[in-house]
Design a protein. Structure first.
Length: 116
């Protein structure tokens, strides 16, 4: 499973390259790994380990501001992955309201009494 742990696959690209890929905000870690955030249709998204081919993993946030805050707060020395996200679409993990203690794999079943 991709956890967002830094992997300096993005060595060789620079800020102009990252911004040219359409990301709105970017941060380079000390090891050269690129993180970036962008507004998607319905949420903000944080992308990890960018290179010329795309990204390794990403996390969905309620807003772009939340994604940018998580990108800024991420400390690769202490954190396995960023915090506060509600969906990891690459691994189909869900965290209601960004709460890691409530994480599930896959979409939760419909609420009782509700049908699809």
């Amino acid at each position: 499973m991709n956890t967002g742990k830094p992997n300096p696959s993005g060595l060789g690209i620079d800020l102009d390259d990252v911004m040219g890929m359409g990301y709105t905000y970017a941060r380079q870690l000390e090891d050269g790994t690129w993180l970036a955030a962008a507004q998607m249709a319905f949420n903000g998204r944080l992308f990890f380990n960018l290179d010329y081919h795309g990204f390794e993993c990403c996390y969905c946030y309620k807003t772009l501001a939340d994604a940018v805050a998580a990108m800024s707060a991420f400390d690769p020395e202490k954190d396995e992955e960023p915090q506060g996200w509600f969906k990891d679409p690459m691994n189909n993990r869900i965290r209601p309201d960004g709460d890691a203690s409530r994480e599930t794999i896959g979409y939760p079943p419909p609420a009782e009494g509700k049908t699809k």
